[in-house]
Design a protein. Structure first.
Length: 646
């Protein structure tokens, strides 16, 4: 192009020179040297202007092409289901999420559901809300880190942010947005390439752009799902890069981009579950935010949008509010979808789920029935074969759920499925019922798989352990820390062993798994799953023995967080004796203050009752309870949740 342009300009200048000679012959002798010297300079100036104009035109067109691509990618959402199902326009279903600046900086070793329960008690006056579209407004920030539990809406918030920008609704001062989810980057973790090459790989719309001038244009990189990252992110030892064309591994590119060695003027937004957020050095983060999911008014807004019959929507909201544990879970948008799916069809039957195990059991049953109806329309005349295939699929996914839960993985790749004997190319595991609980996502470089939510993974893992316990002969032994669960001789021993495993977990990752496993041991839930469980796989004689064991652990365990989960376990077993006992104590204390003293297990019960009460903890007077030092430690969650403690 440059050679052609020079030739054209030289021809034009030669013609201009001939014309000037004809009109002003005296100039030829006087100024021929000057004209000859002037010609290359003029060519150079024209070239500079041409390429400046070319870059300007392209830099205006490239964002438009990029925006068009991102609109197509982000405008629809597959709410809770796989891409094989129907989708909804994001702008129609989207409900604003509650996001705060700062968030909790503490290292949190609780299960994420407990984190939600704790956050739900925190007074709103202590928090500074922020709108997602305002993250980079009016602040001299480069790197923003947004934390949140699984399924709370981090990815959807990113999707809405990008869509609003691409549609011209917000952040129009940003010239380019490059979303690079970690689940995508995992595919090329072994590849060496330059940063611009990486961008051209994912965004061919900007291939003509050979460099990024972040001083002239505002550029934002979005790295969603740090907790899904399978790169080492070695900030200490990775080589230093300064040039966007230098080739390196994706890990090295990312650490240099985050540290500001590459494109120091670029903006970065990283999202992560809280447990993985500390992979980013604090000095590399300018602003921390936390997504809390739906606030109480936003929960109602969601159900009214999701359920077209407003009378039914009101009934669903009323029922959800009647169960504190379910109402707290509705901070999670995906759980709201699950609850709406179940309650939309169950409120008329009277069999309304009140515990998490009941809710997820009914959710699974609905998906199985929905699949069977589809098969019936296709004239499938072998229902027994259908049930067997369904059970095999559920068990295959349960094994995957169990193995990956122990590893802490929420997304899986084809090699993970192969380890569980799942041949994804046959497609059977993702057909019918499984499309509603197991997601297949087609990315730029390949497929990733996940359950619709961590709780679904935990429920299926518990179901797998429960069924596999009765089929030891035909079950492949797993070489994991949890494998000795299958070596117990009785169901009672299995449940006690699971209690011990959950108490030993440093981060509480088995808390919900334990709740579900205990809930599945109830005869009422086994009856619901009668299509999946044989008579030999149904047993409930162990309940009292298990209840007594859990009560002993509550007495022995000084950790309030562990004790609170054990009370939730008793709730799943439909045992409320300790809670009733402490409520009687509170009633007696109101009439005869100072007469009775509580035992350690009842102190824990008191904490559980207070934290699960509908009443706000405005003022908490420790003097009313005369606690010992040990009991004061057990009361700390109540103190933290109170506006004022004296």
């Amino acid at each position: 192009l440059q050679h052609t342009l020079i030739s054209l300009v030289q021809k034009e200048l030669s013609m201009c020179q001939r014309l000037l000679r004809a009109d002003y012959p005296t100039l030829e002798a006087h100024n021929s040297t000057l004209f000859t010297l002037f010609t290359p300079k003029l060519v150079k100036q024209l070239l500079v202007k041409y390429f400046s104009l070319h870059f300007y035109v392209f830099s205006e067109m490239a964002p438009k092409k990029l925006k068009s691509k991102l609109i197509e990618k982000c405008k629809r959402i597959n709410e809770g289901i796989s891409q094989h199902g129907t989708s909804t326009l994001l702008n129609e279903i989207y409900t604003e999420l509650y996001i705060i600046e700062g968030g909790s900086g503490d290292v949190n070793n609780e299960h994420e559901v407990r984190q939600i329960e704790t956050a739900s008690r925190r007074p709103a006056t202590q928090e500074k809300p922020i709108n997602c579209n305002d993250l980079f407004k009016d602040k001299p920030v480069r790197n923003v880190l947004t934390k949140g539990v699984a399924g709370i809406g981090k990815t959807v918030s990113v999707q809405k942010f990008i869509l609003d920008w691409a549609e011209g609704k917000a952040n129009q001062d940003i010239h380019f947005i490059f979303p690079l989810p970690f689940r995508e980057l995992n595919f090329i973790k072994e590849t060496k390439l330059g940063l611009m090459e990486l961008l051209h790989h994912f965004f061919p719309e900007i291939k003509k752009l050979k460099s990024l001038d972040c001083d002239a244009y505002k550029v934002l990189f979005i790295f969603d799902g740090l907790d899904e990252c399978r790169l080492p992110l070695d900030f200490q030892n990775n080589e230093r890069l300064l040039d966007v064309t230098d080739k390196a591994s994706v890990d090295v590119l990312l650490t240099n981009l985050i540290k500001g060695n590459l494109l120091p003027s670029a903006l970065l937004w990283i999202t992560s579950r809280r447990a993985a957020a500390d992979q980013i050095p604090p000095e590399c983060v300018n602003l921390v935010t936390e997504i809390r999911g739906f606030s109480d008014p936003q929960k109602e807004e969601y159900f009214r949008k999701r359920v077209s019959d407003q009378t039914l929507a009101n009934s669903i909201i009323t029922h959800i509010k009647s169960s504190r544990s379910l109402y707290i879970m509705c901070h999670i948008p995906v759980f709201c979808w699950i609850a709406a799916t179940v309650l939309d069809r169950m409120l008329e039957t009277g069999e309304i789920p009140k515990t998490l195990t009941q809710m997820f059991t009914h959710f699974l049953i609905f998906q199985i029935k929905h699949r069977n109806q589809k098969y019936h329309k296709k004239c499938d005349h072998d229902p027994q074969k259908r049930i067997l295939e369904t059970k095999e699929n559920i068990l295959a996914l349960g094994k995957l759920a169990f193995q990956q839960l122990e590893k802490g993985n929420l997304i899986f790749y084809e090699e993970d499925l192969k380890e569980c004997g799942i041949n994804i190319r046959e497609g059977s595991v993702c057909s019918g019922v499984c499309t509603q609980i197991f997601r297949e996502e087609l990315l730029h470089l390949g497929k990733v798989f996940s359950f619709v939510h961590l709780n679904v993974q935990e429920f299926l893992a518990a179901l797998y352990v429960y069924i596999s316990f009765f089929n030891k002969d035909g079950k492949e032994q797993l070489a994991t820390d949890l494998s000795d669960l299958f070596n117990q001789s009785t169901m009672s021993d299995l449940l006690k062993s699971a209690v011990d495993k959950a108490l030993q977990s440093e981060n509480g990752h088995l808390d919900l798994f334990l709740r579900f496993l205990l809930g599945l041991s109830l005869e009422s839930n086994q009856t619901l799953l009668s299509g999946l469980l044989t008579v030999a796989e149904r047993s409930s004689h162990h309940k009292e023995d298990t209840v007594q064991y859990i009560k002993e652990k509550i007495r022995e365990n000084p950790s309030t967080e562990k004790s609170i989960n054990l009370f939730h376990c008793l709730n799943e077993l439909n045992n409320h004796s300790l809670v009733q006992e402490v409520q009687e104590y509170v009633n007696r204390r109101n009439h005869h203050p100072g007469k009775d003293r509580l035992s350690p297990d009842l102190w824990s019960a008191l904490v559980f009752v207070m934290l699960n009460s509908d009443e706000k903890l405005d003022n908490f007077d420790l003097h009313e309870y005369h606690p010992s030092e040990e009991c004061l430690k057990r009361l700390m969650p109540v103190v933290k949740a109170s506006t004022k403690a004296v």
